[in-house]
Write a protein that binds this ligand. Structure first.
Ligand SMILES: [Fe+2]
Length: 177
């Protein structure tokens, strides 16, 4: 029998081949929630013995999606950012992550300047996943010991993304997360 993770990769590859739009991302979200409800997967990749850090555990050659595991010892509040031309689906494995969505109010024509407005915050709890569409801006906040899995449409290290500073009304190109 295929492992839950092998099945996830197979199912997600098929979904992304057959459904290019929002519908496909919704199916990735459901696939990820199913994976996070597999105790074997969570124990193996995000268990208490997992080493802190960010690991890429799968890259799909056909469709380009990436699967990353984030294991944190210390809690963190990250800055608002986007994922460039990629979408991202975040799924919680342990503890929680508060996701805040932001709206960019300026037109992006002034280099280095960005005016953001906070929209809403929702919490991902173990077994739950959330979709962040292309161009959507979010920030994350999680406590000590949080673990989550992130699926991205492509390798975010290979594309330009924006990282914002809300207080300073600034933006820099190049980020992860
Ligand atoms: Fe992100």
């Amino acid at each position: 029998m295929a492992s839950a993770f092998d099945q996830f990769c197979k199912d997600t590859q098929k979904v992304l081949k057959d459904h290019k739009g929002r519908e496909g991302r919704k199916m990735v979200q459901l696939n990820l929630e199913k994976l996070l409800n597999s105790p074997e997967f969570v124990e193996a990749e995000c268990g208490l013995d997992a080493k802190p850090g960010i690991r890429t555990i799968y890259r799909d050659k056909e469709t380009g999606f990436n699967v990353l595991v984030h294991v944190y010892k210390d809690g963190k509040k990250g800055p608002p950012h986007d994922h460039g031309h990629s979408w991202a689906v975040y799924g919680q494995a342990m503890e929680w992550t508060d996701m805040t969505l932001w709206k960019r109010k300026d037109d992006g024509t002034r280099a280095g300047f960005a005016d953001l407005e906070k929209l809403e915050t929702f919490r991902l709890t173990p077994g739950k996943a959330g979709i962040f569409e292309v161009g959507e801006i979010h920030s994350i906040h999680f406590p000590d010991g949080a673990r989550f899995v992130r699926v991205t449409g492509t390798d975010l290290d290979a594309i330009p993304t924006n990282r914002f500073n809300h207080e300073e009304q600034s933006v820099n190109v190049g980020s992860r997360l």
